[in-house]
Design a protein around this ligand. Structure first.
Ligand code: IPM
Ligand code: MG
Length: 351
């Protein structure tokens, strides 16, 4: 199995190194190759997604991605900015289905921004469409406006087939869970959302065992903090999913714990922690590697057909949390604070 490891910027290299350590310990035949991406890609080749990195990603069976971005690159023109690497990888590889689970590990319920009794046992899966919507819609730009000033504009757009395929992913995911899908849109205002809703309803007819509900995005943002356990699978577009998944991550206590997958139509995927490059703590050895390690577990499950290995990693993470090991972001009184490398070592040993 060929893996592309794209560590990226900030804490990316430190956390991907821990995931590599854990993967190596599994004893599987994994060929791992690394390439520069994001700011590191810009530094190496003046391109956030250098051609060599893109071809490595295309040839691989799966991609493990760290994080990109940093203040050093903030002044670059948009096409050179680190985030473009991620957007281009998603588009070029057709990674349209973004799975973002938000689960509360029982040991970490106290770390949530909400009261522990509201989030205990929380298990939400956000299915975010990832290659359409206002992120990629044309036309877009900044142009002269009639009043002598300028105006900025973007295009929100979804085709029926794009909505149908992401709805299908959500219904199929729900079938393996609690069989409920909540489709989130803004159909009271947006044409795009009206079509979205119609197509999701049509598609639900082929998934009659799944209970479908609809919610406006503003209400969903509110319900996520009011009563988050009402949700099983949430399916939504690219922009709403971007926002709601950050919100949902905080319910779990630490953004440092959450993995994600971006899948194409055949199950090939890019796996990454949902947090960013955290330049403020980069290189200090304090970052939490667990989201990346859990992303590696998702990779084994969804792209490599190694369910057992995925479960071994998840069990190992539970074990080290159970033993009281915590990185700084999830540290609470009575637990033992460890650094990035020590956490990675502990998970590898627990395998
Ligand atoms: C995410 C990120 C990206 C997005 C950025 C870095 C382009 O926020 O993966 O959620 O907006 O999709
Ligand atoms: Mg985001």
């Amino acid at each position: 199995m060929k893996l592309a490891l794209l560590p990226g910027d900030g804490i990316g290299p430190e956390i991907v190194a821990q995931a590599r350590k854990v993967l190596q310990r599994l004893g599987l035949k994994l060929e791992m190759r690394e390439a520069a991406v994001g700011g590191a890609g810009y530094d190496a080749a003046e391109d956030p997604l250098p051609p060599a990195t893109l071809s490595l990603a295309k040839e691989a069976d799966a991609i493990l991605f760290g994080a990109v971005g940093g203040p050093r690159y903030d002044g670059l023109p948009r096409a050179k900015r680190p985030e473009q690497a991620l957007l281009r990888l998603r588009k070029e590889l057709g990674l349209f289905a973004n799975l973002r689970p938000a689960q509360v590990h029982p040991q970490l319920a106290a770390a949530s921004a909400l009261k522990a009794e509201l989030v205990a046992g929380l298990d939400i899966l956000i299915v975010r469409e990832l290659t359409g919507d206002i992120y990629f819609g044309e036309p877009r730009g900044i142009r002269a406006a009639g009043d002598g000033g300028r105006e900025g504009f973007d295009t929100m757009r979804y085709s029926e087939s794009e909505v149908r395929r992401i709805a299908k992913v959500a219904f199929e995911a729900a079938r393996k869970r609690r069989k409920r899908v909540c489709s989130v849109d803004k159909a009271n205002v947006l044409e795009t959302s009206q079509l979205w809703r119609e197509v999701v309803i049509e598609e639900s007819k082929s998934h009659a065992d799944i209970e479908l509900s609809h919610m406006y995005v503003d209400n969903c943002a509110m319900q996520l903090v009011r009563n988050p356990r009402q949700f099983d699978v949430i399916v939504t577009g690219n922009l709403f999913g971007d926002i709601l998944s950050d919100e949902a991550s905080m319910l779990t206590g630490s953004i440092g714990m959450l993995p994600s997958a971006a899948l194409d139509a055949s199950g090939k995927g890019l796996y990454e922690p949902i947090h960013g490059a955290a330049p403020d703590i980069a290189g200090k050895g304090v970052a939490n590697p667990l989201a990346t390690i859990l992303s590696a577990a998702m990779m084994l499950r969804y792209s490599l057909g190694q369910e057992q290995a995925a479960e071994r990693i998840e069990a190992a993470v539970k074990k080290v949390l159970g033993e009281g090991l915590r990185t700084a972001d999830i540290h609470t009184p009575g637990t033992r604070k460890v650094g990035t490398g020590e956490m990675g070592d502990a998970v590898a040993a627990a395998l």
